[in-house]
Design a protein around this ligand. Sequence first.
Ligand SMILES: NC(=O)c1ccc[n+]([C@@H]2O[C@H](COP(=O)([O-])OP(=O)(O)OC[C@H]3O[C@@H](n4cnc5c(N)ncnc54)[C@H](O)[C@@H]3O)[C@@H](O)[C@H]2O)c1
Length: 276
Amino acid sequence: MKTLAGKVAVITGAGSGFGRELALLCAQEGMRLSLADVDEKGLQATREMLPAGTAALLQRCDVSQGWQVQQLADRTYAEYGSAQLLFNNAGVAVAGPTWTTTEQDWEWVLGVNLMGVVHGVRNFVPRMLAQGDECHIVNTASVAGLLSVPASSIYCVSKHGVVTMSECLHHELQAAGAKIGVSVLCPAYVNTGIADAARNRPAELADSNPEAAAYEERVRQAVKKGKISAADVARVTIDAVKDNRFYILTHANIKPAVEMRLRDIIDGGQPRNPMP
Ligand SMILES: NC(=O)c1ccc[n+]([C@@H]2O[C@H](COP(=O)([O-])OP(=O)(O)OC[C@H]3O[C@@H](n4cnc5c(N)ncnc54)[C@H](O)[C@@H]3O)[C@@H](O)[C@H]2O)c1
């Protein structure tokens, strides 16, 4: 999708991090925005950063709840009549050994990271197909969707799910002759609010891995040291949309680890640890 001006971008998780930076870039491109998040203060703060005159509707939306994503789609179409660019970006993270994870850890993270993307696809793609114009969907996964990182099994399962679902969706849209492009965004560590994702954890899913703290602190430190900024990630992502590139790997240094995993699968060896 070469030209973005005048089109409508829907961004989940727009109250912080990548979502906020994507909103700023889409506004600079002259797009109208539909911004969603559970964090309404974050959404307001994003709106205040937008260039004057940007059309932006803000919607409180928990992406793990299909009916709330449906409301987001209903409101977007009621306000703008169409949507061309969808960023299924909202996400959360937990860490800790798999054997001490709780059911609530799984329900929360898979609900937001995986089902949130499913709800986005189910609610927007049929309307985009009916529109018939050029559209694009960007699903935010992670390098954790391409690798198996110790003490991150829940996050990895959710992001591997996003990668394979995006690949399936791409094949289906191609077979249908649809004018809808798909990309999957796979960054490594970037300094955003992701290490403090528990700020948005619902009270009914509060029961968390008793071993999490030390591992989550490690993630916090790794995220802080991220060399690429959220703004850089957003820029690379918008460029990929314009060039219709599917895999968006923002950190080239992870490619050997991806290759190593595939080599271990093909050779039938024991999986080597990508983060020893
Ligand atoms: N920062 C990184 O190192 C990194 C690396 C790879 C992938 N990612 C992914 O990037 C995406 C964006 O994360 P970020 O790094 O910008 O973190 P962030 O915490 O800064 O932003 C995430 C946003 O999602 C929102 N959110 C959380 N739960 C939600 C829900 N149920 N419904 C709607 N919104 C919700 C939060 O309020 C927040 O505004 C996530 O999917 C994350 O998994 C991040």
